[in-house]
Design a protein around this ligand. Structure first.
Ligand SMILES: [Zn+2]
Length: 110
């Protein structure tokens, strides 16, 4: 399981301005987007156990294309539902972490 953090310039509906947002991904799914200015948080519930299961499943079998499509649909649905104008300008890749334990911990807390 992989957590990625990225900073991106997005339009914040609270600040009414383009601000730096911290985007957290678990595998390829957006988990949360937080405005660095006002800390407005847009979260998405991620089932860590399901993520882990799917990851293991991917490794032991040929990935069905249906699953990939579902991923894409989920993501696009989420993005289109966001009250944020995404400016395709992710300018700094913060870090890559590879600790499943952290994800499970985070999910339990939220
Ligand atoms: Zn803001």
């Amino acid at each position: 399981m992989k957590i990625s953090e990225m900073e991106a310039g997005l339009y914040c509906t609270r600040c009414h301005d383009e601000t730096i947002h911290r985007v957290v991904y678990v595998n390829n799914k957006i988990q949360s987007i937080e405005c660095e200015n006002c800390h407005r948080l847009t979260g998405m519930k991620i089932d860590a156990k399901k993520e882990l299961y799917e990851e293991v499943y991917d490794r032991i079998s040929t990935k069905p294309s249906r699953m990939t499509q579902e991923y894409k649909q989920d993501l696009s649905k989420f993005v289109s539902g966001m009250p944020l104008r995404v400016i395709s300008k992710p300018y700094r890749l913060m870090k890559y972490v590879n600790e499943t334990r952290k994800v499970l911990k985070k999910t339990k807390q939220s």
